[in-house]
Design a protein around this ligand. Structure first.
Ligand SMILES: *Cc1c(COP(=O)(O)O)cnc(C)c1O
Length: 358
């Protein structure tokens, strides 16, 4: 028997989410963000399904090469540009769009000799204070690169620190750009991430960059916020029961004897542990779904297994399917119960879990 854990990737949910994003930002083009192996979903699987997006945004040259070598002809944006100057050769060879966010990159781009030009995204630090040039330097940088023969089109890019529904900070960042870069609308602009796409339409401009909502988790951590927009979960992380134990009162379950029984229990052991990417630091109110019923995880998560309460679910047997997260158990809820965000959980599903397209 093959170990039963897998991550089902629901292609229709993915297509649905892209369609909804297109409707919400109907005047903008869409970068589908595929970094971190498409947020853990598998970049090779995901990009053909998202063929209706206008381009793919990724982090590393390796990811770009995977896309090109698998037949991707669309624009590809390297979200942090290049990390060493040897990469420039491949960037031009594969015709990639690059983000330019520091002086070192700027100097190396200027020096690079190429017969044909590529598109450049100039990253503005408008308040996130992570990457990008200060707003006051942008006009100068535009003037430096606009006449380079190896540069074709310039787009202005920024990233929002907080674009949640009631945030004022996003306004502040846009005002900062408007005030300091007088002619910014002479250029194409790409500012909005998923949260800004959903809740701040004035931030959409020419190109949005959506990641998390494509995959069906909420940028706020509250699944209700995206369910309202009809965004659907794309991944079902599931496994099966591989053992059932009947235990009496005053016994313990699992490592560190962390769970102490105060009555008789029937427990099921599920083939899923932290080595699969299930978080170990969940609180004691964390649920899975079996036979359509939500039931608690009991005791510590092991490397390869968890224990769940089957006391009131007699129909559960060895081989019964268990949803760890998906349509019923929201990844945002598992994230909350382990003090993180859906983004991190998606990226943490490990290599030994097969991704299966449905
Ligand atoms: C990851 C990333 C995004 C996508 O963010 P989501 O919140 O997943 O939509 C957009 N822009 C940049 C620069 C990023 O690094």
């Amino acid at each position: 028997m093959v170990r039963p854990i897998c991550a089902i990737i629901h292609t229709n949910a993915l297509k649905n989410n892209l369609k909804i994003i297109k409707k919400i930002a109907s005047k903008s083009k869409i970068w589908s963000v595929l970094k971190a192996d498409a947020y853990g979903h598998g970049i090779k699987n995901i990009f053909p399904i998202l063929k209706n997006s206008d381009g793919f945004a990724i982090l590393t040259l390796d990811e770009a090469i995977i896309l090109r070598e698998n037949g991707c002809k669309k624009p590809i944006l390297l979200l942090e540009g290049f990390f060493n100057k040897e990469e420039l050769c491949l960037i031009y060879k594969y015709f990639l769009t690059i983000t330019l966010h520091n002086k070192w990159q700027l100097n190396n781009l200027i020096k690079y000799k190429s017969k044909y030009p590529i598109n450049i995204y100039i990253k503005i630090n408008s308040g996130m204070n992570r990457l990008g040039f200060p707003v006051k330097d942008i006009t100068n940088i535009i003037n430096i690169i606009k006449n380079q023969i190896n540069v074709y089109e310039i787009t202005l890019m920024t990233h929002f620190a907080d674009a949640s529904k009631n945030s004022n900070f996003i306004r502040k960042q846009i005002n900062n750009i408007q005030k300091n870069i007088i002619n910014y609308r002479n250029f194409s602009c790409s500012f909005a991430n998923s949260a800004a796409t959903l809740w701040h339409s004035y931030s959409h401009y020419d190109w949005i960059r959506t990641g998390i909502i494509l995959y069906g988790a909420s940028p706020t951590g509250n699944w209700q916020d995206i369910a309202k927009k009809k965004i659907q979960p794309v991944m079902t992380f599931k496994s099966k029961i591989i053992s059932i134990q009947k235990i009496s009162s005053r016994e313990t379950i699992g490592y560190d004897c962390q769970y102490y029984t105060n009555k008789k229990y029937i427990i099921g052991i599920v083939a899923c542990g932290y080595a699969d990417g299930f978080p170990r630091n969940i609180n004691n109110k964390t649920y899975v779904l079996i036979k359509g019923i939500k039931t608690l995880i009991l005791g510590n998560v092991s490397m390869d297994m968890i224990a769940i309460d089957l006391t009131n679910i007699p129909e559960a047997k060895i081989g019964s399917s268990v949803e760890l997260w998906g349509k019923n158990i929201k990844i945002d809820d598992i994230a909350k119960s382990s003090n993180t965000i859906g983004y991190e959980l998606m990226c943490s599903v490990t290599k030994r879990v097969p991704r299966i397209l449905k």
